[in-house]
Design a protein around this ligand. Structure first.
Ligand SMILES: Nc1ncnc2c1ncn2[C@@H]1O[C@H](COP(=O)(O)OP(=O)(O)OP(=O)(O)O)[C@@H](O)[C@H]1O
Ligand SMILES: [Mg+2]
Length: 313
């Protein structure tokens, strides 16, 4: 059965929140996450990332569609799914009296680990997120980022096959964020499957084996970073800086966006990029060419009001 091959699979997953006004949070999303990969859900605020994660982690029922985790139906085999997953929710609400050590150790015992195994994995996880020296301080006396790292550590310490982390690095400083990326990649090397959500492009680009871009409840693109990049025709970006007015006609034929005295121009190939850099330098402007980034592609695919303005520019 196809469902059994994937760590997570959804079929036409849809969710409508019925409040004062109905909200179409997911509009028929089909996602396949393979075992042993790190898969990222990338999307702007309100895209439906948390809704997706809450459904597949059995905390929320969809309006229609199907969701499977390791072949188990998330709707009518929720208990089975829960045995295999560990979740970091978006809003970290820690028990103030718990210490990071207790989070890691007792939660692992609750999952059925032996005391010795729980001790080992708790130590390893707390060291991995650099909370070892704070392991015995109560969560009430930890900073926001430290609390978040304690919750991440408890999930890393679990023996779950599939880890689901909703914006695990939001609120973390640059060093802590990179530490978490390192640990997540190590977990994947050890055979875990990881699903994380983010709206940080660099994070998605650095850690993902594959990713899905979602916006307004719809799947926009799914694949490796390279596959997603190849879905737009432009391959390079040239950033030109200086008095651009004199050269504006040069840019008109290309897709470009201007921020004050800087302009990003998207071009289809390296020759075109080099030619543009040459012309710009000759005109006394600063210019630099590089491959298109995931952020460039994201803005092109997802668009929105800003993009509309850019088209009029
Ligand atoms: N309980 C709820 N009742 C009504 N609408 C909701 C509820 N929860 C979320 N929504 C709406 O559903 C949509 C998707 O929300 P969701 O939390 O899944 O987005 P998200 O991608 O996780 O966003 P963020 O990046 O801000 O966390 C949004 O429009 C949101 O306002
Ligand atoms: Mg969210």
């Amino acid at each position: 059965m196809a469902e059994k091959m994937d760590a997570v699979k959804t079929v036409d997953l849809a969710k409508i929140y019925h409040g004062k006004e109905p909200v179409n949070a997911l509009k028929g999303v089909n996602i396949e996450i393979k075992k042993g990969e790190l898969f990222t859900l990338l999307g702007p605020n309100g895209a439906g990332k948390t809704t997706f994660l809450r459904i597949i982690s059995t905390q929320l029922l969809p309006t229609s569609g199907e969701a499977y985790v390791l072949g188990f139906n998330a709707l009518d085999q929720a208990e089975k799914v829960r045995e295999h997953i560990a979740v970091v929710p978006q809003d970290v609400a820690t028990y103030g009296n718990f210490t990071p050590w207790e989070y890691c150790y007792y939660f692992s015992l609750l999952r059925g680990m032996t005391k010795q195994k729980a001790t080992e994995t708790a130590e390893k996880a707390l060291k991995a997120v650099e909370l070892w020296s704070l392991r015995n301080r109560t969560c009430a006396a930890l900073s926001g980022g430290e609390k978040k790292r304690a919750i991440i550590a408890s999930v890393l310490a679990s023996d779950a096959d599939v880890l689901m982390l909703d914006e695990p690095t939001s609120g973390l400083d640059a060093m802590a964020r990179r530490k978490v990326w390192t640990v997540l990649r190590e977990m994947v090397e050890q055979g875990k499957t990881i699903l994380l959500t983010t709206h940080i492009m660099e994070e998605a680009e650095m850690v993902s084996d594959r990713l899905a871009i979602i916006s307004k409840g719809e799947l926009i693109s799914q694949g490796t970073v390279e596959e997603i990049k190849s879905s737009v025709k432009e391959k390079f970006r040239v950033v030109v800086e200086g008095n651009l007015n004199s050269l504006d006609k040069m840019f008109n034929s290309n897709s470009s966006v201007r921020f004050g005295n800087k302009r990003i121009i998207y071009v289809k190939d390296g020759d075109e990029a080099i030619e543009l850099v040459r012309k710009s330098l000759k005109a006394g402007l600063k210019a630099e060419a590089s491959p298109i980034t995931l952020e460039d592609v994201f803005v092109k695919l997802v668009g929105g009001e800003e993009n509309e303005n850019q088209k009029n520019d």
